[in-house]
Structures are given as C-alpha cells and as structure tokens.
Write a new protein. Structure first.
Ligand SMILES: Cc1cc2nc3c(=O)[nH]c(=O)nc-3n(C[C@H](O)[C@H](O)[C@H](O)COP(=O)(O)OP(=O)(O)OC[C@H]3O[C@@H](n4cnc5c(N)ncnc54)[C@H](O)[C@@H]3O)c2cc1C
Ligand SMILES: NC(=O)c1ccc[n+]([C@@H]2O[C@H](COP(=O)([O-])OP(=O)(O)OC[C@H]3O[C@@H](n4cnc5c(N)ncnc54)[C@H](OP(=O)(O)O)[C@@H]3O)[C@@H](O)[C@H]2O)c1
Length: 511
C-alpha cells in the first residue's frame, strides 16, 4: 500500500485526510503540521477574526453542524476542526510542531524523501512517501510591507497574522498599516478601548459591504437541526446568492467619504464585510492617514506629506500575505516547483491540482493552490470539489491548454483592474484566482476529462484485461454444457417452485 504524506493540518489537509478515511478506507498517511494544533488559519488568527462567508457553507458538506449564528467566530471554527480531527481519529496520524523543510523525488527508489524539523527539539527527521499532498495554505505567510526603515523602529511591531498578545496596547499610540479584511476586522475591536490611540495608514480603500451576520434564534437553530435537508437547502441558497451593496457613503464620517469609496471596480479585490469598521471611524481615538508612508523611523512613521513625523509606540502590519509564490522546497524529476513557476512567469494552475508529471513531479498533489480561489465564496467548498478528481498523470499539453484558457478569461476580468494579493507581485499575472464563480468551478471539476490523464490508460488496460479474463472464464463455463444443463434442470425448477410459494403466501396476506 502506498504511503501518503499530507503537509499542513488546516482545513485543507484535514478534509483530505477525512476523505481518505471516509471515502476510501485508507489510513496509511501522516500529516505534518508546523503549528502546535490543527485548524490552520483558525489556529493562527488570534485577532478575533471570523468567517466572512456564512459558516453553513464554510464547513464540510459531510459534517454539517448546529451553528449558533450565520458566521463562525475564530473559536467556533477552530473547535469545529479540532472536533473533526477527534471524530475521525486523525490525531494518531498527525505530527504537530513538525515543519516540512524539503520534499525531493528519489528516482532510484521511486518515492519522495521528506525532511521535517521538530520545533521543540530543533532536530531533523526524514521519511519517505509515494504520494505527497501539499495543504500548506495560501494565506499563511505574512507579508511585511517593503517600507524603508522597517528595522529601525524601536517600539513593538508585529503582523496581524502573528498577533502578539503580550504587547499592551492600552495607553499607547498604535499605527496600523493596511485597510484590507484583516485591518477592518481588528481595528474596531482594539478601538473599543478609548485608551488606545490608533492612526491607520491607508493607501487604497476597500469595498465595504454591510454586515449580514446574525445570531440564529432557537427556532431557526431547531429548524436547521431537525428538519431534514434544511441545512443543505440553506447551503445551496448561500451558494447561489450575491449581495453587492455600496453603503459606505451613508455610514462613513463625512471627512473620509471621498477617500473611502474605491475607484477600482467592485470585487476586483476581495470584498470586505464591514464588521463595525465604519461606525468605529466616528470614534475620537481613531484616525485615518492617507498621506502615504515615506519611511519608518525609530519612534514612528514619516509620511510623504512634507515629511510629517507621526510618533508611535506600536506598529501593527495588516499588510496581507505572500500568496504569489510557493514557499516549500520541492524537487521532482527535473525541476523544483520554484523553477517551474519562474519558467512560467509565476504560479500556474495544474490540472486536478496535480503536476504534469512526466516533466516535473510524480504524484504531488495540491489543495487550494494556483487559480483555485473563487473570489467571494467558501474555500472549504472548493477544497471538497477538488477532491472529487483523482488520477495518476496529467499531461503537460492539457495543463498548458487549460492555463491559456483561464489566463485569457482572467485577463479580461474585473480582477485585472487593480492591485491585489490575487496577482504576482500585486500587479502581475493573476495566479490565485479561478476565473469565475464557484458554480463554474464546481461544473468544471465535476467530471475529469480522462483524455488529459495519461496514467488512466494503465487503469483502462487493467480493466480491459479483467473483462477479457472474465469473458474467458464464462466461455470456459459455457463449454461445460453438461454441467450447465444439470444446473439448469435442477436449480431452475427449484427457484420456480420457491417463487410460486412466495406469491401464494403474498396473495393470501393481501386478501
Ligand atoms: C483571517 C482569515 C480569514 C479567512 N476567512 C475566510 C472565510 O471566511 N472564507 C473563506 O472561504 N476563506 C477564508 N480565508 C481563507 C483561508 O485561508 C481558507 O479558508 C482556509 O483556511 C484554507 O485552508 P488550508 O488548510 O488550505 O490553509 P491554512 O488554513 O492556511 O492551513 C495551512 C496549514 O499548513 C501548515 N503549514 C504550512 N507550511 C507548513 C510546513 N512547511 N510544514 C508543516 N505544516 C505547514 C500551517 O501551519 C497551517 O496550519 C481566511 C483567511 C484568513 C487569513
Ligand atoms: N474572514 C475574514 O473576514 C478575513 C479576515 C482577514 C483576512 N481574510 C482573508 O485574507 C485576505 C488578506 O486580507 P488582509 O487584510 O490580511 O490583506 P490584504 O487584503 O492583502 O490587504 C493588505 C493591506 O495592506 C496595505 N498595504 C500593503 N503594503 C502597504 C504599504 N507599503 N503601505 C501602505 N499600505 C500597504 C494594502 O494596501 P493596497 O491595497 O494599496 O496594496 C492593503 O490595504 C483577504 O482577502 C481574505 O481573503 C479574511
């Protein structure tokens, strides 16, 4: 039986492991997780984030839950994934605090060589696997802004994705850099304390949508829990619905309205649910600075407006994630993943999330990687859809054709109209997004086109051989007509008399 290694125990890695166990009864796998617990994003996001997609849809279709409200808090989502890891007995398969450092294909022995480091001892260990599944996430590596003087700042500084709870914010002047989903979610939270003085440095505004999150009433929860298919119906409604409303003008403080209404097309960057942000902007302890950062100095930030000095004690970087490169060293037959991407001018989609093997890698799978993010719907849904595709080898020609097709669609889409983490270097090739809605993603991945996969030929050959052998056996049986007739004359009358007695019994009962 081949051994499978999964890298990452976030929602992607865990749902893969669950599928291996549930669907295929396969359990010869190990999950390497760099952190001390499962849950990925929902373990790491300590700033009180919550899902911006309704949790009824942002959860596995196989494991619906009695959620308290429409959107899951960080704690609820972490609990959900921890519970699933327990339910499917995954912990014995998981090596926590183990970061995979490299994966290399061993051409002599036809398996991968995996090197991991134990965070508690610093020791390296190695293992082998025939199949490797990369589930290391897209929004995992924090990106600090490239601002001159970053290292000169003497106060406390941290990234929103690595929230440092040991830094006391009360009584401090806190600079926040960024205006995306992360900043707009934590700024109102820290602004609740009037003793925290916040200056938010913004460059580009986000499209903010009204918050449609609600806590379910007891009746709604009862209906979703007890009426068959109600939760599934609700998931479908969420899947089909679109809600784009611009309400910034009527809710933002007048002095910011002009700056806060984006000039780029709606949905070019990820839409941001307004979790109390516009209301918080009316507070006296929160100001936005739009002047642009010139550089960071020992005790604050110098803006571009006549080199104005803004003194600060703490800087929080809400400057997003490095989603445009693959951070892990993986060497296949001929290339590393980085070399392949460089050659292709950035990350590119690999059909069925499998690399074109004859050229590069063998049985190296991706969960949630290039061109699979579907704008504003659930990443868990796209994870589940990807798992329905299975194969052995994807052809390079098919990969090229598919990439040409999606890049043509993306280049003419709304996402080509602004700078975002969806693109290489912010303004290059659109390497994260899938070109269309989740419905199209589902339709395209619903059935694999077997002409794209060369390994399928082997499977079909095996099937053909089985059919031939079976037909041969049948022919052999038929040639033994004597035996066949004997069975016919003895077994058939017996079956007929049995049937007759059953139908007599039945007509007696009926009446
Ligand atoms: C704050 C925040 C909120 C979000 N909200 C939503 C939302 O509402 N809806 C939505 O659809 N999406 C949302 N996303 C996107 C989110 O990343 C995905 O929904 C989901 O977490 C992806 O799961 P994943 O397992 O692929 O990646 P992750 O959750 O990022 O998990 C990856 C795991 O791999 C581990 N890992 C990485 N490298 C290594 C290594 N070398 N060795 C071992 N382990 C490694 C990490 O420690 C991590 O645990 C959000 C993202 C963020 C950051
Ligand atoms: N569930 C949730 O509610 C939730 C919460 C957080 C994150 N997320 C997910 O995570 C993704 C990333 O969100 P994010 O907010 O962390 O990152 P982001 O959307 O990439 O936003 C980064 C912000 O930092 C700014 N920035 C970067 N460099 C800067 C510089 N040098 N000077 C000034 N500003 C600078 C950007 O401005 P520019 O636009 O000008 O570059 C942008 O406002 C989201 O799209 C979403 O998918 C979801």
């Amino acid at each position: 039986m081949p051994r499978v290694v999964i890298i990452g125990a976030g929602p992607g890695g865990l749902s893969c492991a669950i599928a291996l166990k549930r669907k295929y009864g396969f359990d010869n796998f190990t999950i390497y997780e760099r952190g001390g617990e499962v849950g990925g994003t929902w373990r790491a996001s300590l700033f009180g984030a919550s899902s911006d997609v309704s949790v009824a849809f942002y959860s596995l279709s196989t494991d619906l839950r009695d959620w308290k409200g429409s959107h899951g808090s960080q704690k609820e989502l972490l609990d959900y994934w921890v519970d699933l890891a327990k339910k499917y007995n995954l912990y014995p398969h998981i090596l926590l605090n183990h970061a995979v450092k490299s994966v290399e294909w061993d051409t002599t022995n036809n398996h991968y060589h995996i090197v991991a480091e134990d965070a508690s001892t610093g020791k390296s260990s190695s293992s082998t696997a025939e199949i490797v599944i990369s589930a290391i996430g897209v929004l995992d590596t924090p990106r600090f802004a490239r601002i001159p003087g970053l290292d000169t700042f003497k106060g406390a500084k941290f990234h929103s994705a690595r929230w440092d709870s040991s830094v006391e914010l009360r009584g401090k002047r806190v600079g926040v850099i960024g205006n995306g989903s992360s900043a707009t979610q934590f700024v109102p939270q820290i602004a609740k304390d009037p003793e925290v003085r916040i200056i938010q440095f913004c460059r580009t505004p986000s499209w903010l949508l009204p918050d449609n999150r609600v806590q379910y009433s007891q009746t709604t929860r009862w209906i979703l829990r007890n009426i068959p298919f109600m939760m599934r119906l609700y998931r479908w409604i969420l899947f089909m619905r679109k809600n784009f409303t611009n309400y910034i003008k009527s809710n933002a403080p007048k002095k910011y309205v002009d700056k806060l209404v984006p000039t780029y097309p709606l949905a070019c960057k990820r839409l941001v649910i307004d979790t109390d942000y516009l209301r918080a902007l009316h507070q006296p302890n929160l100001d936005i600075n739009w002047d642009g950062i010139d550089r960071i100095v020992e005790d604050g930030i110098l803006t571009k407006k006549g080199i104005e000095h803004i003194p600060l004690d703490v800087i929080i970087f809400a400057t997003g994630y490095a989603a445009d490169f693959y951070p892990l060293h993986v060497r296949g037959k001929t290339h590393t993943i980085q070399e392949y991407y460089e050659q292709e001018l950035g990350q590119r989609h690999t059909l069925a999330q499998l690399f074109p093997t004859s050229e590069l890698l063998y049985d190296f799978w991706f969960v949630f990687r290039p061109n699979t993010v579907t704008g504003h719907t659930s990443a868990i849904f796209t994870n589940e859809v990807q798992r329905k595709v299975s194969s052995l080898e994807v052809k390079l020609s098919a990969t090229d054709a598919y990439n040409d097709k999606i890049q043509a669609l993306l280049n003419n889409s709304v996402w080509a109209g602004c700078i975002s983490w969806y693109r290489v270097g912010g303004d290059g090739k659109i390497s994260s997004l899938f070109p269309g809605p989740a419905l199209r993603f589902w339709l395209w991945l619903r059935k694999p086109d077997w002409r794209h996969f060369s390994g399928i030929f082997k499977q079909r050959l095996q099937l053909l051989l089985r059919v031939l052998i079976f037909s041969g056996l049948l022919a052999l049986g038929a040639s033994r007509m004597e035996m066949f007739r004997a069975i016919q004359t003895k077994a058939f009358p017996l079956a007929r008399s049995l049937l007759e007695s059953v139908s007599k019994q039945k007509s007696r009962i009926i009446g």
